[in-house]
Design a binder for this molecule. Sequence first.
Ligand code: 13P
Ligand code: SF4
Length: 358
Amino acid sequence: MNKGENQSSDLELIADKVFVRQYLDKIPENLPLSEQENADYESKIIALLAEKNAALVAHYYTDPLLQALADKTLGCVADSLEMARFGSNSPASTLMVCGVKFMGETAKILSPDKTILMPTLEATCSLDIGCPIETFSAFCDQHPKHKVVVYANTSAEVKARADWVVTSAIAVDVVEHLLDQGEKIIWAPDKHLGRYIQNKLGAEDDDILLWDGACIVHEEFKLKALEDMKHLYPEAAILAHPESPLAILDVADAVGSTSQIINAAVNRPEKKFIVATDAGIFYKLQLAAPEKEFIMAPTSGDGATCRSCSHCPWMGMNTLQNLYESLLHGTNEIHVEVELGKQAMVPLQRMLDFKKNN
Ligand code: 13P
Ligand code: SF4
């Protein structure tokens, strides 16, 4: 039984694209700055980072200007697993997390003594929105024998309710480890990644109960358009993030987290790649493999929430301007209630320790 089909009408409403659109409608349009303005912000941010003993931690989907600045200041540009690792190991007393809210919360949970700032607190994620703690907890209560495995793209409350937190980089390995131990699993919130894990491990539907969440960016990749593009570039390999629909993953040559996609592009013999993930990754792909060509996988372009196809609108809310304001004034600080943080730390620490123990 897959849970997706078994949720209350409340949750169906929450998972509905109209609900997500309410968040999207709040996103302001970013006006591009001149080169001189960008350079001024960069130098002011560099000075503030040193003054405040702060490090920049940026996701691959953020504006290349932010990624370049994080690299230049010896911060970190990474997938969500490495962002969490970097944050918990960093000697900085302040982390400026450029990404979406769950990434800032993860940093705070793992480093409660550090100050965690974000350029904006409005940047959320459709997976997080679609997995509210009350309905999720009730669902878990209905299956008390199942291990609860949640994706990092969730609130601190949902993490605190889980046995394991995972990112796309280690989701398959962790679930395989649990199935090998004879466990049955609740997987939330991304149904596409959940189905991918089920298929990859040959698990029965009954072994892994799926929550009905999806990423509004990856959900827009469509098979027919991708096949048409593959006809145009038959020599290209397809690289896909596992939040994409299963039909896309089935035809992909490599499936993995954002870091794993970049590694595949570097290490695979092909010279051309069709890439099914957020466009922000092209900056690092081109730096990592300058001699190779990268083509964006086609999106349907007419989905109800496709305000910015192949670019996460929430990641796009991070700018040099709001980063500077936050660092200067100490605004947009992430707070996680102490007891909640301690509970959420347990499954998160399991995630960080997983590779060491297995
Ligand atoms: P990664 O862990 O692969 O960076 O994915 C995070 C994310 O939000 C992808 O949409
Ligand atoms: Fe969430 Fe998708 Fe944006 Fe990643 S790309 S933060 S999964 S909405």
